[in-house]
Structures are given as structure tokens and as C-alpha cells.
Write a protein that binds this ligand. Structure first.
Ligand SMILES: O=P(O)(O)OC[C@H]1O[C@H](O[C@H]2O[C@H](CO)[C@@H](O)[C@H](O)[C@H]2O)[C@H](O)[C@@H](O)[C@@H]1O
Ligand SMILES: O=c1ccn([C@@H]2O[C@H](COP(=O)(O)OP(=O)(O)O)[C@@H](O)[C@H]2O)c(=O)[nH]1
Length: 496
């Protein structure tokens, strides 16, 4: 059977596949790991469950057949150049992204972007429906695909549909700005189960459903009025609750134990001039991450002489992201100007204040950086979860290192032994950085042990198992087959 005609009992749908197609002008094309935490978290779930992953291969105007990668069956969905501009860069990342992150930047509303979003969501729904076996479980991910659950339900009422929102869901006062607020809520309510990162996100969603659609939403259950099979009015229950995402903790621990990774960590410190204090920031270059706030705090500490550039340094990895979106271009200019200013004002020969890298690094190098750093700075202004915070903790098998963590990152709900900060309060952030610098070893150890315990007990396997347990429990009569299969049996609602 050709890979494209196989059908699966478990299907994941996300905007991105775990690999991006890279086509250099002069050279051979290749597949490269995609950026971001969604892929980091969903990849181990797919490797543990035999299924298909439907997503965009990260390049415009190219059609690829389904293929296997690292034991996962990938089903590429093609997007045209115009769709990348309107659906991905436009509606997803210049309308929904700023809106859902509490309008840190003003969202842009364009009707053509919305129309493209609807068309592309339908394409993803069709692709998922085509690879799903009868009664399959389909798990849709993130804000780019909020209409897919209802589209799938219309096409394939046999499916059990889950949706997980990786970014925050805003308060109704903000959400209600969205001209298409009802359509999005109705799209999501096509799912049987809707997962969020934080309890507050699930609460905001329930309020939006009550205020915008007038449906009952009590506790974790939304009651959606529908027509029953006989045409009579009926109620369909949708569960909406939080399932905080996590990481492959054992994988990070294994890397942290490796001699070559430890040696690389020592080498990094040495190359930085063996300072007393190494601070680290690792983020996609995104305005939600508060990179400028952390640089401002660090710069002021140097200016005030509370830190000395000869023994304290900041390493900032800012991996490229959404580079054609105007707000991201402006952000890059601002951050690089700040780096230049801080280094110009406070650097000394052989002692750079900020080492800035606009690259993406493989996981081994990330763990070496984590081990090389005394203080991890996560200063997001808003963040669904922030997996980097959890990766730092998981990697510190030596029970050392201090995590400074924004209370506006989802991770703050769980990582309560971190030094929690409000990144808008620059003085408070500076005090927290100094508290981290001066923290006695015993306290560092106590805090890191508590953090590691939490992350170890709540790893990505537990996240996916708890979501999928609830999801498979909603239609117990359907008993989906999670094994890969070649079942071409007829589907309801006219599916081939
Ligand atoms: O696909 P991109 O546009 O390049 O962006 C990368 C991903 O960024 C976002 O990640 C989120 O998911 C993480 C895991 O749940 C979470 O820790 C983080 O707080 C979120 O920002 C986005 O949600 C993904 O869809 C993107 O693929
Ligand atoms: O150079 C880099 C920078 C980041 N990451 C990974 O990208 C993910 C970022 O996820 P997070 O939830 O922190 O934020 P997002 O980028 O998804 O908003 C984490 O797994 C990082 O380890 C990486 O592998 N290399």
C-alpha cells in the first residue's frame, strides 16, 4: 500500500510538522527540525503512539507525498505563498498571536486573512479526515487550527476529536475584540475535549462561550445545543479544562549525564572567560518573551555597579522566528540595538556583557548551555507554558542553578520554587537577579530539588496520557484502534 493511502487510529494535526523543508537556492533540499515548543512536546507522544501527523512542511508552494521520519508517518499539507502570508503570518501570527497574548502588540484585523484562515483550516480538516480510520482519535493543536474541530465533526461524525491550545486564552474583554469571535468558539466546540495550559485559560474560554454564544458552561463542561439524530433538539457536552504541557524529562537527564555534554558545558564557561556568574536566556525572538526587559535589568545592574562585567555575563540565544512579520522585524532591530548599547557601554576587553546568538541550536548544545549557566532568566510577558524553564530544571541533575521565572508564563503555576517575578517591574526583576546571584548553595539546592521533583512527576508522557485518557473516555462505545492499520472501511458522512 502506498504511504498516502494508509489510515490510522490516531491522528495529530498541527500547523507545523516536526520537520521543515529547507530548499537552498544553490544546493540540495533537506529536512530540518522545526522551531518551537509544540514540536518538542508532541514529538515524543507520536513516537510512543503509532499514528499519523498532519501538518505544513514550513515551505510555500511545494507538494510532498506522505513519508516516514523517525518512526512517525508525516502527512504534509501544502500552502501557497499567499496562504503563508495571509493564514500563517497574517491571521495566525499578526491577529491571533498578539490578541491571545494580551495585546502586548496591537493585533491587525483583515477580512482577507480570515478568509484564508477558513480555507486553510478546511484543507487541514480534509487531510486529517482522509487518513483517519473509522472511529479514530484525532488530536488537533493550537490557535492556527481552531476551526478544524467543527469542520472535522461535520465531515466525520464518527471521530473522537481533541483540541489543545498551546498559547494563553485571553480574558473576554480582550477576546471580544475579535470580529470572528463566535466562529472561532464554534470551531473549537466541534471538539469533544478542549485542553488549555492553565486553569485561568480554561476559565477565560468558558466565560467567552457564555458571553458570546450564551451556552451553559459550568465547571469543566460546556453544553452545546444541537440537533439529535431524529432532528429533535439535543445537548452535546464538551469538556474544557487545563492540562499543563511538559517535556521528555528522562531525555534531558540522559543528555545532562553525557560526558561530552558536560565537557561542552565546561568549554562554554571557559570561552566566556570563566566568569563567576553566567546568566542565560533562550527564546524564539518573540515580543512575548520579554527579552528586552531582561536586558534592561541586566544593563542597569551593570550601570549601578551591582554587577561587574568582569565576573557576570549574560548569554542570550534568540532563535529566528516569523521573520517576515513586521513586528518581529522591528523587535529584532530593537534587541540588537540594545545588545550593541549594553556591550558598548559596559563591555571590557575579553569581557562581553551580553553574548547574543541569532541561531537555533540542537538539543545537546541547549543542555550544555543549561549546565554552563548559574541563572536561567525566563522573563516572558505572556507565554502559554515556556518549556525552556522546564528543560533547564530537568537538565540540572546536579541540583544547582537558579530559575528566575515570570509569573506570566504558564510554567509559573507549577514551578513555584523558582524566583517568581513580574517582568514589567524592572526593579523587582533586578532584585530577583541579585537574589539569584547571592543565593547560598543550600537554598539553590533545596529549590532546585523541589523544581526537579515537580517536573519529573509531571513529564510529557503524563501530559499526553492524561489528555488522551479523558479524550478516549468521552466516547467509550467507539473503542478506536490506536494501532496503525490499513482499514479502508467506509466512513460516514460521505467520506471515501
Ligand atoms: O511555528 P512557529 O510559528 O515557528 O512558532 C513556534 C511555536 O510557538 C508556539 O509555542 C507554544 O507552545 C509551547 C508548547 O506548548 C509553549 O510552551 C509555548 O508557551 C507556546 O508559545 C506556538 O504555540 C506553536 O504553535 C508554534 O509552533
Ligand atoms: O536554539 C534553540 C532554541 C529553542 N529550542 C527549543 O525550542 C523550544 C521552545 O519552546 P518554549 O515552550 O519555551 O517556547 P515557544 O518557542 O514554543 O514559544 C524548547 O524546546 C527549546 O529547547 C531549541 O531547540 N533550540
Amino acid at each position: 500500500m502506498s504511504p498516502s493511502s494508509r489510515k490510522f487510529g490516531f491522528v495529530v494535526v498541527s500547523n507545523r510538522l516536526p520537520v521543515d523543508r529547507i530548499e537552498p537556492e544553490n544546493g540540495e533540499g533537506s529536512w530540518q527540525r522545526s522551531p518551537g515548543g509544540l514540536v518538542t512536546a508532541v514529538e515524543p507522544v507520536m513516537q510512543a503512539n503509532d499514528g499519523a501527523w498532519v501538518g505544513w512542511p514550513g515551505i510555500a508552494d511545494r507538494e510532498y507525498d506522505a513519508f516516514e521520519s523517525d518512526g512517525v508517518h508525516l502527512v504534509p499539507v501544502a500552502l501557497s505563498e499567499a496562504e503563508v502570508a495571509d493564514y500563517y503570518e497574517g491571521f495566525s501570527n499578526d491577529t491571533l498571536w498578539p490578541l491571545y497574548h494580551d495585546v502586548i502588540m496591537p493585533p491587525t484585523y483583515h477580512r482577507e486573512w480570515w478568509e484564508s484562515y477558513v480555507r486553510v483550516n478546511q484543507r487541514f480538516a480534509d487531510a486529517a479526515a482522509a487518513v483517519a480510520k473509522k472511529n479514530a482519535i484525532v488530536w488537533v493543536h493550537d490557535y492556527q487550527l481552531q476551526l478544524v474541530p467543527a469542520m472535522l465533526r461535520t465531515k466525520r461524525p464518527d471521530l473522537t476529536i481533541g483540541f489543545f491550545n498551546h498559547i494563553p486564552f485571553p480574558a473576554y474583554g480582550i477576546y471580544s475584540q475579535l470580529p470572528w469571535r463566535k466562529q472561532i468558539l464554534n470551531g473549537l466546540l466541534g471538539a469533544d475535549l478542549i485542553g488549555f495550559q492553565r486553569g485561568a485559560d480554561a476559565g477565560n474560554f468558558a466565560r467567552a462561550v457564555r458571553r458570546s454564544l450564551g451556552y451553559s458552561a459550568k465547571g469543566t463542561v460546556v453544553e452545546v445545543p444541537e440537533k439529535g439524530p431524529d432532528g429533535a433538539p439535543a445537548i452535546r457536552s464538551v469538556i474544557a479544562r487545563h492540562f499543563p504541557i511538559s517535556i521528555d524529562v528522562a531525555g534531558y537527564e540522559e543528555l545532562a549525564e553525557r560526558e561530552d555534554v558536560k565537557a561542552r558545558a565546561a568549554e562554554i564557561r571557559h570561552e566566556l572567560g570563566d566568569p563567576d556568574v553566567v546568566m542565560l536566556g533562550v527564546d524564539r525572538l518573540d515580543y512575548t518573551k520579554g527579552i528586552g526587559h531582561r536586558m534592561k535589568a541586566f544593563g542597569e545592574l551593570l550601570e549601578e555597579g551591582r554587577l561587574d562585567v568582569r565576573n557576570a555575563t549574560l548569554v542570550q540565544v534568540a532563535s529566528p522566528s516569523r521573520e517576515r512579520v513586521e513586528t518581529y522585524k522591528t523587535l529584532r532591530d530593537e534587541i540588537e540595538l540594545t545588545v550593541g548599547r549594553v556591550n558598548g557601554d559596559f563591555g571590557a576587553i575579553g569581557h562581553q556583557a551580553i553574548s547574543y546568538f541569532h541561531h537555533s541550536y540542537p538539543r545537546e548544545e541547549m543542555v550544555a548551555l543549561f549546565l554552563a549557566s548559574d541563572i536561567m532568566l525566563v522573563t516572558a510577558l505572556r507565554d502559554g507554558m515556556n518549556l525552556v524553564a522546564k528543560e533547564y530544571v530537568a537538565s540540572r541533575i546536579d541540583d544547582d542553578g537558579v530559575l528566575v521565572l515570570s509569573e506570566f508564563a504558564g510554567a509559573a503555576d507549577e514551578l513555584k520554587s523558582a524566583l517568581l517575578i513580574n517582568p514589567h517591574d524592572i526593579d523587582g526583576l533586578k532584585d530577583a537577579i541579585m537574589a539569584a546571584v547571592e543565593m547560598p548553595q543550600r537554598e539553590r539546592q533545596t529549590r532546585m530539588r523541589a523544581l526537579r521533583k515537580r517536573v519529573r512527576e509531571h513529564d510529557v508522557e503524563r501530559w499526553s496520557a492524561s489528555f488522551l485518557d479523558v479524550l478516549s473516555g468521552v466516547n467509550p462505545d467507539r473503542a478506536p484502534d490506536l494501532e496503525t492499520g490499513d482499514d479502508d472501511s467506509d466512513h460516514p458522512a460521505g467520506e471515501k
